[in-house]
Design a binder for this molecule. Sequence first.
Ligand code: HPA
Length: 278
Amino acid sequence: MRDDTIIKATNHINKVLFESKYRGQPKIAIILGSGLGPLTSQVKIDVEIPYKDIPYFPVSTAPGHIGRLIFGKLDKKDVILLDGRFHFYEGYNGQDIAIVLRSLKVLGVTYLIQTNAAGGINKDFRPGDFMLITDHINNSGTNPLIGKNNSDFGPRFPDMSECYDPVLQQNARKAAQELDIDLKEGVYIWFMGPSYETPAEIRMARILGADAVGMSTVPETIIAVHAGLKVLAISVISNLAAGVSETKLDENEVLVTANAKRHLFADFIIRIISKIIL
Ligand code: HPA
């Protein structure tokens, strides 16, 4: 592993963990989406490391994203929570996001669970619904793996035919059943943002086969799949996408809906984790 930035980032993380006498071996990392940060209150926190202290780590600037790695326990399993994610609309690129995800891989993570808030395109969806992402469309016109390939992590042309791990998807379906959650499923389309989509863009997205829209998750998935991580991603439908609803889009609505669902969502994620056999 020759990438200096990742060596320096993981050296710092390992040093803090060592000094904190952390004994865990987390194999599951969870990225918390907009308004879903409160999942952190369910975690028994062992060690917290601000992104800003980790060499080469980007620092998240989006509202509702704090910016720290939390090492702790959920359902008696060691996990790493990424409290704060990185978006292209903040000016970050694939290399910035890759440092974070590849550092996780080097730290021993094999499962990546992603959460996000997304706009509902599918007319059967209502704000507050949870959607299991079964596949995605990269509508950004760019790709987070552009640039020299780091073959220590994965191939130049990684296969994307099963981005979202089928076993983890089954775990999510079972967890939803047990909690009486009417789990929706669908395709997530990535628009880079930061402007919300136009009604015409949402009509286009529907024709292309998208069920929900958002400004995150896809770059992380692509980088994680390249590095051989198993990925699960779940959206909270925080609003109906542009033109699907009568009203204008408002970031506050996104955060309020995601926040209103935080307890059920946290229970859901914990139940999914309980089904992962490490
Ligand atoms: N569009 C894009 N991103 C989003 C939306 C949306 O409607 N809702 C939450 N994130």
